[in-house]
Ligand binder design. Sequence first.
Ligand SMILES: [Zn+2]
Length: 254
Amino acid sequence: MTSEQIRALLNLPDMLDVPSALVVEPHPDDNEVGAGGTIKKLTERGCHVVYFTATDGRAGSEDPSVTAEDMVRIRMAERQQASAILGVEGSYNLGFEDGGSWSERDLMLTLVPILRQFRPALVMTVDPWAPYESHPDHVKTGRAVAAALIYAKNGVVLKGQGDPYEVPQIAFYGSAWPNVFVDVTETWESKLAALQAHRSQFDTPLWPMLSAYFGAEAEQLYHEQIDANRPGKAEAFKLLASMQMHFFPEAMRS
Ligand SMILES: [Zn+2]
């Protein structure tokens, strides 16, 4: 059964028609890289979007004249600017150390009460199961978010930390097995502006190369998945109903 068929059976809305979304990123800037055009599109359509950033971004500079504390301050300010450009309503920092020894479970325990409080119609995060994804913060964050979905709906686990809530669906960006492609041609400039708000990361000699790479990748996706006869840009997601997140081996191909 395809993901689309399952979502139709469950009466789940299209990804762009959800009223609220909670987007969890490992580092400040990941949400923009993976989903900036789609997030802008969602907020333009009236969707209430909030960000949660797992780590403080202190590993974002190797310049010895910049202290870790300075880097954290800089990146938190950049994150606020970037999310504001995309129309995000709230941006929260969970404060785990960038590159630190925190565990997937630590983050999962933090996220369960948050999901129960915010009760989003959609959760978005990085795909931790992409082959060759080797950044520990990305793997831990994606898996912690997925595990938090499982426990947020269970009234026995973390009893007393909010009323149980089942997140209906989850969209992973950076997925090797995407099943939803969003036309972000109209919001591409906003995505680039939001990326550039992360000046500590992208105001560098590499930006022309990086922005060209992001653009070429998005154009190829559009050409292959949306319309081969017109130019455009797309972002890709692995969208799953929460019931596909447990004992559902077909999820990879769904
Ligand atoms: Zn990252």
